[in-house]
Design a protein. Structure first.
Length: 469
């Protein structure tokens, strides 16, 4: 275990194995940045000598055997963490042959990974206990400034939600009332962006938990990892947020909280009441507490068609705090969204305004339950569309706007694998009605777009009898 005596700096690239079986790697942990940051205790291990290509080739020749052994050891560590201590109990827990498990346990104890003590006729196995003097085994010595977001674009409110949320956060101490914020809205309307922008403004460490149906307590609290033959505990994002709240305000984002299973929510809600604490059963029921008033909790919930969610009862809703409904920026403020697109991409202001007009038509259709359209178009995708349209126009490609609609919006956002998301054809026909026949030059030149629009209007206004005559 790690005693948490101070900030950790990377000291090498150790080999590691995730002992929960959720992630496994036999080589240096370049592939695990999403799980463990460079400040993690994982990096407070002796450096691994440089490995040549030939050495890796030799390793690969034994890959199957190594993977089989380490997978078994993953299961053993998990079983011990769940309270099993004898070879018989561990073998039964993981449904393996007892003699094989006994050999592995003996080897692990000889390596110093486990302790081995004889009690009566049986040997009992446990983790090597190198806890800190205060008895805690979670790492506590973080440089929290490294978790503060940087370069987050300004959040532009869709209504008046941001001023109210800032008031909740800024006056939480004098009101003796923690800031728990619940945001609802369609996918891509800016809920996560709001949380990151708030953390940046507060200069607060930011911790993001993307909740899925498969999310379990190890994804929240942490897990055991075997590093160069040593067992280490790696803190999860919820544990880190609790620890950070001891010293300063911290922002915890629970993204799509209504997708969590009941057993996952039980671990979360212990942290969200006035105790602001968690209990880590894998560490013998160790309790880690924080400061409730410093833990700013923002939970998000997507609304609209096509979302599998779990119902939140009244007690859960109370823990998640006040609720704000957020919509796409352009729905309430089309001029702001158009200005945002024109400021952040090289397209003309008129083209940006026309993009927002087309997107808003799709968004209105998505809100109509009688329409077969599952989702509206996020502002972020409009920015991608605008940038791609500019590139195609600069390359001299025809129908730059419609090309960009397909590559930036329709293909990536309205198709999942080989299956089309409901409403794809509706999106295509809507954007065609706004941009079909528009010259590519109109993407960057207001005058070109105005001339094309005037010509289009003139053709539409021709008297049918005159046209026939």
């Amino acid at each position: 275990m790690v005693d948490g005596s101070g900030p950790f700096e990377p000291r090498g690239q150790p080999h590691y194995t995730d002992l929960t079986g959720l992630m496994y790697a036999h080589y240096p942990p370049v592939w695990v940045s999403s799980m463990v940051s460079t400040e993690s205790p994982l990096y407070q291990i002796r450096p691994t000598p440089a490995v040549s290509i030939d050495d890796h080739t030799d390793d690969l020749n034994h890959d199957y055997q190594t993977t089989h052994i380490m997978a078994t050891r993953d299961d053993i560590i998990q079983a011990i963490g769940n309270g099993n201590s004898t070879a018989t109990a561990i073998a039964e827990a993981i449904d393996k042959d007892r003699s094989h498990i006994a050999r592995e346990l003996k080897a692990m104890s000889d390596e110093g990974t486990l302790t081995r003590t004889k009690q009566g006729r049986s040997y009992h196995y446990d983790f090597v206990d190198d806890r800190s003097e205060d008895g805690l085994s979670v790492h506590k010595g973080y440089a929290w400034n490294e978790w503060v977001p940087e370069d987050v674009p300004e959040y532009i409110p869709s209504k008046r939600e941001y001023a109210e949320i800032r008031a909740e956060v800024d006056h939480r101490e004098t009101a003796d009332n923690p800031a728990h914020i619940r945001l609802t809205g369609p996918t891509g309307c800016g809920k996560t962006h709001l949380a990151r922008a708030l953390a940046q403004e507060l200069e607060a460490p930011f911790f993001d938990i993307s909740v899925k149906w498969a999310t379990d307590t190890t994804d929240l609290l942490g897990r055991f990892v075997l590093v160069d033959g040593e067992t280490q505990w790696i803190n999860g994002p919820l544990t880190k947020a609790i620890l950070a709240s001891r010293e300063r305000p911290a922002v915890l984002l629970l993204d799509e909280i209504n997708r969590a299973r009941p057993e996952t929510k039980s671990a979360l809600y212990e942290a969200l009441d006035d105790r602001a604490q968690i209990t880590i059963d894998a560490l013998g029921g160790e309790v880690v507490g924080g400061e409730a008033v410093n833990l700013v909790v923002i939970s998000t919930m997507n609304v609209g068609q096509g979302h599998h969610v779990e119902e939140l009862d009244l007690a859960e809703q109370r823990r998640l705090g006040n609720r704000w409904s957020i919509d796409f920026l352009g729905v309430n403020h089309p001029d702001r969204e158009a200005r945002l697109i024109a400021d952040r991409t090289p397209v003309s202001a008129m083209f940006a305004a026309r993009l927002v007009e087309a997107a808003n038509k799709v968004r209105r259709l998505a809100n109509d339950h009688d329409e077969q359209l599952s989702r509206g178009i996020p502002t972020g995708l409009l920015l991608e569309l605008a940038a791609s349209a500019y590139k195609y126009a600069q390359a001299g490609l025809e129908d730059a706007a419609l090309r960009a609609t397909r590559t930036a919006v329709v293909d990536p956002y309205y198709q999942r694998g080989d299956r089309e998301i409901t409403g794809r054809d509706t999106v295509v026909s809507t954007f065609r009605s706004f941009f079909e026949g528009m010259p590519s030059e109109a993407v960057v030149e207001n005058a070109e777009l105005q001339a094309w629009a005037d010509e289009d209007i003139a053709e539409t206004d021709v008297d049918p009898e005159e046209a026939v005559g």
